[in-house]
Design a protein around this ligand. Structure first.
Ligand code: TXA
Ligand code: MG
Length: 399
């Protein structure tokens, strides 16, 4: 549990990453996988005290924001709320601080970060050119849960060596106040450990990152609840890479030819997560997985309920503690079963807002299997389905 082996392995991973990007062949990538594995599984190095500071979501207290900004200025990490999920922030201009994000999350350096800005003027500093659709999209959806993939001015650690950069202007008053107080953009992934469910409360972030960050700003639950929509404006046709808080339908009112995300295959493969991450950053099928095996049921509502109920009974007969993730309308079916029930609500916005809390609640309740129904794909439903598929790691039961 010493510090030295960690520092060695972290630097080795960073160096090998650079070597791999420079095209030095297979050896670095194999070694990197070994080092990343060693680094993730062997050591818990962090013993920083993590303070949780309540901050009013609508009128953030300037002293609290300044305390967080001062930490960022000193190259430290701060967890802060956004309207989508909590972010794990570092000053974009400090490479050592940005490296710390990857260490704290246990995230491979091949997975690029989103840069959070508070003014469109900052785009010039981050991008080499600004595609024509940016102005209209920004007018319609910024500040808000839309991330744009743009040509990067300087590829680097933040872009994982890619020539594109992900930029978003969050609308949460605390996030905006923090970026303004720091005076530079904030690089921030979701504030969860790599491959775990994204955090929609400060407590979720604390559960994953206690001892790894000095400060978590707590402004209560995030209102959107799924991450931002990522729209690639560097593709031939604007294409959604990750559905999220701004729906496909809404984007098409501004840019009619926006393409939906590519359908992912639900079959598994033997490829290592790191290899997949390099081909399609952040689009791993098991990206959001809870620690508990999760099954997604797909079909007409009545058929789903019947099939899930049969599965609950079967698993219970095997002595398993079962959790179900359902809508309000399904409650009557499961109420008397003895399964641990989490209801997500009814409208797509409600379901999105409660989804990650639901997965974490079931996990913490100690259920041994999670059975989950699916929902329509309209509006935020597309993002909900994407996260459920990821939570299930492709384990879909068609009924
Ligand atoms: O709502 C959100 O987007 C939250 C909040 C904190 O802003 N952030 C977030 O970040 O979800 P993260 O790192 O968990 O997910 C960002 C995704 C990753 O899958 C990453 O691979 C992808 O964005 N990404 C970043 N830069 C990219 C790029 N240049 N090209 C393609 N994908 C990119
Ligand atoms: Mg994430």
């Amino acid at each position: 549990m010493g510090l030295a082996p960690i520092l060695v392995s972290e630097h080795a991973v960073a160096w090998l990453d650079r070597a791999a990007r420079a095209g030095w062949g297979q050896a670095p990538s194999l070694l990197k996988r070994y080092c990343t594995h060693f680094w993730r599984t062997t050591v818990v190095m962090h013993d920083i005290q993590t303070n949780v500071l309540p901050v009013n979501a609508h009128h953030p207290d300037p002293a609290s924001i300044e305390r967080a900004a001062a930490l960022l200025r000193h190259g430290e990490l701060v967890v802060f709320p956004t309207e989508t999920v909590y972010g794990l922030g570092a000053d974009v201009l400090q490479t050592a601080a940005v490296e710390r994000i990857f260490t704290a999350k246990g995230r491979p350096f091949s997975d690029p970060l989103i840069v959070h800005i508070a003014s469109e003027d900052t785009l010039a500093m981050l991008t080499s050119s600004i595609p024509p659709q940016v102005r209209q999209l920004a007018d319609a959806f910024w500040p808000g849960p839309l991330t744009l993939i743009l040509p990067a001015r300087v590829p680097g650690l933040i872009t994982a060596g890619l020539e594109t950069i992900a930029v978003r202007m969050p609308r949460h008053p605390v996030a905006l106040a923090l970026i303004r107080a720091l005076g530079s953009p904030i690089a921030a992934p979701s504030a969860n450990r790599f491959m775990h469910v994204s955090p929609t409360t400060a407590q979720h972030a604390l559960a994953d990152l206690a001892g790894r960050v000095p400060l978590i700003l707590d402004s209560g639950p995030c209102t959107v609840g799924v991450e931002s929509t990522i729209l690639d404006l560097c593709a031939d046709v604007p294409t959604i890479l990750r559905p999220g808080g701004i729906s496909l339908e809404a984007l098409r009112t501004i840019v009619p030819d926006v393409q939906p995300p590519h359908r992912r295959s639900t079959t598994s493969s033997n490829e290592a997560p790191d290899e997949k991450a390099q081909k399609a950053p952040g689009q791993l099928l098991i990206h959001y997985a809870p620690a508990v095996p999760t099954y997604l049921f797909e079909g007409a509502a009545h058929a789903m309920r019947t099939s899930m109920l049969a599965e609950v009974r079967k698993r219970q007969q095997q002595g398993k503690h079962v959790g179900v993730l359902i809508a309000d309308e399904d409650l009557a079916t499961f109420q008397e079963t003895g399964a641990f029930i989490y209801t997500l609500g009814g409208a797509p916005e409600q379901i999105a807002a409660h989804l990650f809390a639901g997965l974490r609640t079931l996990e913490e309740a100690g259920v041994q299997v999670i059975l989950c129904r699916s929902f329509g794909e309209q509006g935020l439903g597309l993002a909900v389905r994407d996260r459920l598929l990821k939570a299930a790691g492709g384990k879909v039961v068609y009924v």
